[in-house]
Design a binder for this molecule. Structure first.
Ligand code: ATP
Length: 643
């Protein structure tokens, strides 16, 4: 009897149903190239194909040692997800990790005593220490090109530190002759930050020149700086996803990792998804740069059709990005291009989009995934979702009521009501987590900084006590609490608490009559951070319009309660709100991108970084499988990007 012919493109899985590979995918899975990369658009199946390659290699050689790397944790999750669709169990010799984690493990194998620091308080102290070091250096040797700030702008410093390490700044300065100031001027880098960075790096070394600790990013940097050409890397196959976000340090480590000609290599990436400003673009007509870097001759393998979404999404992508996206006509997807008049209208449209999911898909629809460009935009959305009796989960974005300046305002608004003659003691509606942020905010803005670890570790205990005995909040704010001490200036808080009690009936009026901006003014803060704070605070003042203080507190309490219930039951939220970084590598049934407007998303950036902003929008749009909502400002629609 004739056996049914085995379809050669059927890739067997452990789940019974084979995965039908395209001819291109099949060619990659069976490719014998010693070194190859897949440069292809979003959703074309790069990660899936890499997962098939790993499984295929293990089927052909069960003891094969395979290393799978990705740039981000989201990339690792995406790979593991695709792998689980193929096999029940991941064999032990298949290692899936980020390059930074792999580098950390390599360092630990060499020396079990190496120290990794992730504690932000300790790292902040190190950066402050570096600033003091720099001041001491400048006393010995003045340099008029430097303006030493009173405080380190932590965000700016960590961004510089990350960028300097990814781009091997100090090595490049050496190669350019060793003059840091001249190098910074030529490369348009902030010389003051560069000097703080040098001081910080010196502090990471002990007196013998050994590294005292490694923080995030330091491990790859350490291996990239080493002189030796080869790394002990006993792999038969190395797979690398998200190659578009590789930087010079990562590429240097990769080259050393692939030094053994017996190690096969396959990478994948999409230039359009390059959103890390430090990445070293190897795509977009620059593939030869990668080939120059890799020890073997590198072949390029194509994947041309998106498997994630249908032609409607591909057309929407092509309308704004001239990338020639193609999609299979067999996949069905819909794109809704809606225009909004103002933010409130845009949020109404999001609620409407989510409601249409419920109506169509029945009782437990998948959540509407909302991808945001700016973290502060989550506040109004989370608030509106809660007001509609629904729940939003946030990923890669903070809950606004846990931002310390807003938690401070919430604590003040609550304490202001304690002056009522008929006030009776009952637990504070603000939970211990928010109260912890409140205390942190009060200490930070009340005296300028939190300067001992002792105080930091006391916060949870203080918060729990304040939650149970809210009179403690009042005493703390007017200066009777022991932890406050005599040095701090809490006068502004006292003024807030003594505003007329009647203002409890109008939360917005209370904030407007209080000297809210004065609360933050005494804390030295770099301009950019002050602006971010201003945006968040103003957004909060707008949110509470028309509500009494008790209503505001109740709304926040119910948001927290619903969030906790959701975590407990594991039920899906109505909305999941993601940052672009968090969305990368993932895919969702229904995606909405709100607040689209030139100058907002895409945000204004220096010309040299315009491509990153373009790519952020591309990444967000290409996450949708079935339905995509593009919510554009009616007066300022998005303009197509140039090729
Ligand atoms: N041969 C196939 N048959 C059916 N579905 C496929 C096939 N290959 C990939 N897919 C599906 O297509 C979608 C996109 O695949 P994948 O995530 O691997 O693409 P990608 O190129 O890595 O995407 P991105 O660059 O956006 O992260 C996934 O849902 C995946 O399961």
């Amino acid at each position: 009897m004739l056996q049914p012919m085995q379809r050669t493109n059927a890739f067997p899985t452990d789940h019974g149903q084979p995965l039908m590979l395209t001819t291109e995918q099949q060619a990659i899975v069976h490719s014998q190239a010693a070194s190859a990369i897949i440069a292809a658009l979003a959703g074309t199946g790069k990660t899936t194909t890499l997962a098939c390659c790993a499984v295929q290699a293990l089927r052909a050689q069960p003891d094969a040692r395979i290393l799978v790397l990705a740039h981000s944790r989201a990339g690792i999750q995406a790979f593991q997800h695709r792998l689980r669709a193929l096999v029940h169990q991941v064999p032990g010799q298949l290692q899936v990790t980020t390059l930074e984690r792999w580098s950390a493990r390599t360092l630990r194998q060499r020396d079990a005593g190496v120290r990794f620091v992730a504690d932000p308080v300790e790292l902040r102290q190190q950066a402050q220490q570096a600033l003091l070091e720099l001041e001491a250096q400048l006393q010995r040797q003045p340099d008029e090109r430097i303006s030493v700030p009173a405080e380190v702008d932590m965000q700016a410093f960590w961004a510089f530190n990350r960028a300097a390490k990814k781009s091997l700044l100090l090595q490049r300065v050496q190669e350019a002759g060793g003059d840091l100031a001249a190098f910074c001027e030529e490369q348009l880098l902030d010389y003051t930050l560069a000097r703080i960075f040098c001081a910080y790096e010196r502090l990471r070394l002990d007196t013998c020149g050994d590294v005292r600790y490694y923080a995030e990013g330091d491990c790859t940097y350490a291996l990239a700086q080493e002189e030796d050409t080869a790394l002990p890397a006993p792999y038969d196959l190395v797979l690398f996803d998200e190659m578009h976000d590789l930087d010079l340090a990562a590429l240097t480590v990769l080259r050393r990792l692939l030094h053994d000609p017996a190690t096969r290599f396959l990478g994948a990436g999409d230039f359009n998804q390059h959103i890390d400003t430090q990445a070293w673009s190897v795509f977009h007509n620059q593939l030869h740069q990668l080939a120059d870097f890799l020890p073997q001759t590198t072949a390029t393998l194509p994947l041309t059709q998106s498997r994630r979404f249908g032609p409607a999404v591909a057309q929407a992508v092509n309308r704004w990005f001239p990338v020639g996206m193609q999609a299979s006509a067999k996949r069905y997807s819909t794109v809704y291009r809606w225009s909004y008049q103002d933010d409130a209208d845009c949020i109404r449209q999001l609620l409407q989009a989510q409601a249409s999911l419920s109506a169509r898909d029945g009782a437990t629809p998948a959540p509407l995934t909302v991808i945001l460009r700016h973290p502060h935009e989550a506040a109004a959305l989370e608030w509106a979702v809660a007001a509609a009796g629904q729940v939003a989960s946030l990923h890669g974005l903070p809950h606004f009521y846990e931002e310390r300046e807003l938690a401070l305002l919430l604590g003040l608004m609550y304490a202001h009501g304690l002056q009522a003659p008929d006030w009776k003691s009952s637990p504070c509606p603000l939970g211990p987590q928010i109260l912890e942020r409140f205390i942190d905010g009060a200490l930070y803005f009340g005296k300028g900084r939190v300067d001992t670890r002792q105080e930091d570790s006391d916060l949870p205990t203080m918060a729990t006590q304040m939650h149970q005995h809210p009179q403690g909040i009042w005493r703390f704010l007017i200066g009777e609490h022991t932890a406050q001490g005599g040095r701090r200036n809490f006068a502004a808080f006292g003024n807030f608490l003594h505003l007329p009690l009647a203002l409890q009936d109008n939360a917005q009026a209370l904030l407007q009559q209080a000297d809210v901006w004065g609360l933050f003014a005494a804390t030295p803060m770099p301009h950019a951070e002050a602006q971010r704070l201003r945006t968040r605070v103003q957004g909060f003042i707008d949110l509470v319009a028309g509500l009494t203080v008790p209503q505001v507190l109740q709304q926040i309490d119910s948001m927290v309660q619903r969030r906790q219930r959701l975590q407990h039951t594991g039920q899906p939220a109505h909305f999941q709100i993601l940052s672009i970084e968090q969305a990368k590598g993932q895919e969702f049934e229904a995606v909405a991108i709100p607040f689209l407007a030139p100058g907002r998303f895409p945000a204004p950036v220096p010309h040299a970084l315009a491509f990153v902003e373009r790519n952020r929008l591309y990444v967000a749009m290409t996450r949708a499988r079935q339905r995509l909502w593009l919510l554009e400002d009616a007066r300022h629609p998005i303009q197509a990007f140039e090729a």
